[in-house]
Design a protein around this ligand. Structure first.
Ligand code: DAH
Length: 350
């Protein structure tokens, strides 16, 4: 092989290794492969050579030219790749798989009514409490005057964990903890207990248009000296007019719940048929919305409150049912169905 050629090849490779960027690379391309480049220059001395030598040299120069062009191109690609990597590493983390335009999300109808109820109760001085979904048998039943083997347990079959805990079958399961949390302020500072606690509840239930194994309630309690049924009715009516933006017809019927005495069923006029009767209200024109009552002395005692001195009311509002009423949703299963098309229609109030 021509000595000059192998020298030039070595020189080219050494220089290529030290090139730092695209500009230096381009300068190198011109210096070797340009019209006046050093590879091309070798051919200029060919005059003195024999035909055969000339052909052989020509071939070697062409090989070197191709090789050099290929290596320059590879280096260029490497620079481009490094540049891209640098940009990617410097960019803020974004999810490039997201569609470029996103439609605005909407709140679930249960979230909407829950917030409306919370706003009304907050405006009346109630605290909003959060509570866990997994509770003990004591919290869910015993502290609520429902001892083991009490028949009232049959109405609330739920899902049990292997450790004996259970998924709460009603928000009343939080009552005991609330009394214990606020009793000091009640007894020592005379601050009435006023709290609501919305939450998801579970029951082992065959589902149909009106029943679901997972649903939402909102419990509320108020405890102070001289609390009566009139206080209960006042707060319930105020809350309902706040949610429906008008006066709502209610009726109170006696109802049995072991944790209240007396206990009531508070019904509202069926908003779907206006009271004329329809499948949603079982053709009665009324819908059971909010069982309630005066807190049973045993329940107050379990919460560390003296029932001789204090009385209170409690209610367990069916948030799921309230959402169905307010938005005219006929089948409870739609609420957990996950269909965005049905559930995204209710944003107008927010
Ligand atoms: N926890 C009851 C249920 O889910 C509802 C209930 C009834 C709650 C009366 C109350 C109440 O606070 O006073 O069936």
């Amino acid at each position: 092989m021509n000595e000059k050629i192998s020298e030039l090849r070595n020189q080219f490779e050494a220089e290529l290794r030290s090139v730092q960027n695209d500009t230096e690379l381009e300068n190198m391309r011109v210096a070797y492969l340009g019209k006046k480049g050093s590879i091309t220059a070798i051919l200029k001395d060919m005059g003195k050579l024999s035909d055969e030598e000339r052909r052989a040299l020509g071939q070697e120069v062409n090989v070197l030219k191709d090789e050099a062009a290929e290596k320059l191109a590879a280096k260029k690609e490497e620079f481009a790749r490094l540049e891209l990597e640098k940009e990617i590493n410097a960019a803020p983390e974004i999810d490039i798989s997201m569609p470029p335009t996103l439609e605005r999300g909407s709140y679930h109808p249960i979230t909407l009514v829950q917030r409306q109820c919370e706003a009304v109760f907050k405006s009346m001085g109630f605290a909003v409490e959060d509570y866990s979904e997994v509770v003990t048998d004591y919290e869910c039943f015993e502290a609520l005057n429902i001892p083991k083997y009490h028949p009232a347990r049959d109405m609330q079959d739920t899902y049990y964990l292997e450790n004996g805990q259970l998924l709460k079958s009603h928000t009343s399961a939080a009552q005991n903890a609330i009394y214990k949390k606020y009793k000091k302020a009640l007894v020592e500072d005379g601050v009435p207990i006023k709290a609501i606690f919305p939450g998801r509840c579970f029951r082992n239930e065959a589902t149909d248009a009106c029943h679901e194994n997972t649903f939402f309630q909102m419990e509320g309690v108020m405890v102070d000296k001289n609390i009566s049924i009139s206080n209960l009715i006042f707060f319930m009516k105020t809350m309902l007019s706040g949610v429906f933006n008008r006066d709502i017809k209610v009726r109170l019927r006696p109802g049995f719940f072991p944790f209240v005495e007396p206990g009531f069923e508070l019904d509202i006029n069926c908003e779907i048929c206006g009271g004329a009767g329809c499948p949603s209200c079982k053709h009665s024109g009324w819908l059971e919305l909010c069982p309630c009552g005066m807190i049973h002395p045993e329940v107050l005692k379990a919460g560390g409150i003296d029932p001789e001195e204090y009385t209170g009311f409690a209610f367990g509002l069916g948030l799921t049912r309230l959402a169905m009423m307010k938005y005219g949703i006929k089948d409870i299963r739609d609420l957990n169905g996950g269909s965005l098309a049905s559930m995204s229609q209710f944003t107008e109030d927010e």
